[in-house]
Design a protein around this ligand. Structure first.
Ligand SMILES: Cc1cc2nc3c(=O)[nH]c(=O)nc-3n(C[C@H](O)[C@H](O)[C@H](O)COP(=O)(O)OP(=O)(O)OC[C@H]3O[C@@H](n4cnc5c(N)ncnc54)[C@H](O)[C@@H]3O)c2cc1C
Length: 404
């Protein structure tokens, strides 16, 4: 499918919707608008960096889980699963669009304390009431199925081997963007540098190149830069860039079966990655960093990650790290949950921010929800109101303990 090159200058001076940020979330919103039969407006997506060098989307680990403690987060991922498994059909059935596999080896949360075990048991009840395949496993049950673990200190595990694991998020992103463009959405390579308001309404955005583009609705899909974009509209959102480390390693003796996405009590996580393995962790000291700060801290591998994974899987004493990268979470400092929906004082400014470590899997449901809000002024499939910015303004966090 040949598409014309992306220009720097918008074709029009006014759009019904301007989306600020054209990575996974911005593109999912754009594509879902085109798929919404009731939407017939014009849409401009402004993306400052077409290489996506600093975007969260290009640094992701690309996994999806239903193991959340909040019903809405579970349902959001269930739509994500549906979207992944029916990707080609949902995008219109063109045989050029690839099918996307979901490698469902599941997340395996290992509880090292009775408190966390009790929390996982509670969550499992909710998850299974919503149709998720989560099961609580004793250490003996884990050992019988996955003999490669050292389970010292493990009270229990919570594992979901159905519709939970790795998917190719990069391909989904690429095709959502292509199909949004094919369906008439205009992308430009440019940067929104200021936003104009008339009282409680956004009226226009100004681009780095100087054009002032009038808009009916503005969407903040700027990832780790969400607060900079919000401030342009005179609003605050508690989102900041935080570094997250990912390492790929090769094992001298590969495991006999796939390694579930194992979340160790140390906070280190690891999983199979084709013939290799992937692992990662947050740093112990976890400050906000500059938008272009991707500096490596080599002690993390030696001092934190490798000891934790070699302890949990003794075969990983003989491994070789072959690659690593550092990405930024768009970290919501209140509760690490998404912030989605309009601002109560500026109703045509829509947030789609703060996804921390789960924005890729949430992008289909967020795209659908924001497209519904823009089209109908209300959510139609899933009610995203609990994830609105009101909770931030009122200081009411949604606590998810099982975050990675
Ligand atoms: C290491 C790591 C592992 C992860 N693992 C997972 C996982 O396993 N599963 C999962 O679901 N999620 C995961 N995530 C999270 C997920 O990748 C993100 O939540 C998701 O990609 C966010 O997409 P986004 O479009 O909101 O942000 P980004 O991808 O950061 O995109 C924002 C875009 O906005 C653009 N922009 C910003 N300001 C402006 C402006 N003023 N004008 C124009 N353009 C602008 C930027 O250039 C950028 O391209 C992970 C993230 C990281 C870093």
């Amino acid at each position: 499918m040949a598409l014309p090159p992306i220009e720097n200058t918008p074709k029009q001076q006014r759009y019904d919707v301007v989306i600020i940020g054209g990575a996974m979330i911005g593109s999912s919103i754009a594509w879902h608008l085109t798929a919404n039969p009731d939407f017939d407006g014009s849409v401009l997506v402004v993306e400052r960096d077409p290489t996506y060098e600093f975007a969260s989307t290009t640094h992701t680990n690309s996994c999806i889980r239903q193991q959340f403690s909040m019903e809405l987060n579970i349902r959001i991922s269930q739509y994500g699963v549906h979207f992944i498994k029916n990707f080609r059909d949902l995008l219109g059935g063109d045989p050029e669009v690839p099918e996307i596999a979901l490698h469902d080896y599941g997340y395996l949360y290992l509880a090292g304390t009775q408190d966390f075990a009790d929390y996982l048991i509670e969550c499992q009840k909710l998850q299974s009431s919503l149709g998720a395949g989560t099961r609580i496993m004793t250490p003996d049950e884990i050992a019988a199925e996955y003999p490669f673990y050292n389970l010292d200190g493990v009270v229990l595990g919570s594992h979901n081997p159905i519709d939970e694991g790795y998917f190719d998020g990069h391909t989904i992103f690429d095709w959502l963007r292509r199909m949004a463009r094919r369906n008439g959405i205009e992308y430009v390579t440019n940067e929104v540098t200021s936003i104009q308001r008339d009282g409680g309404a956004i009226t226009s955005v100004t681009l780095k190149s100087g054009e002032v583009i009038a808009c009916g609705t503005a969407v903040n899909a700027s990832g780790p830069r969400a607060s900079v974009t919000a401030q342009m509209a005179g609003l605050d959102v508690p989102v900041e860039p935080r570094r997250r480390y990912t390492f790929i390693f090769d094992a001298e003796e590969p495991l006999e079966k796939d390694l579930p996405l194992t979340i160790d009590p140390t906070g280190v996580h690891m999983r199979s990655d084709g013939q290799y393995y992937l692992c990662g962790c947050p740093p112990d000291d976890d400050p906000a960093v500059a938008f272009d700060d991707f500096e490596a801290d080599h002690s993390i591998w030696e001092e934190k990650v490798w000891p934790a994974i070699a302890n949990r899987v003794p075969a990983f004493e003989r491994i070789k790290m072959t690659n690593y990268w550092i990405g930024h979470y768009a970290f919501n400092t209140l509760d690490q949950n998404a912030i989605v929906g309009p601002h109560p004082d500026v109703e045509n400014f829509i947030f789609a921010n703060g996804f921390s470590g789960h924005g890729l899997q949430q992008s289909p449901a967020v795209g659908r929800a924001v497209s519904e809000w823009i089209t109908h002024g209300a959510y139609q499939s899933l009610d995203f109101t609990p994830l609105g910015i009101e909770r931030i303004l009122e200081g009411r966090p949604i606590i998810e303990k099982a975050v990675i």
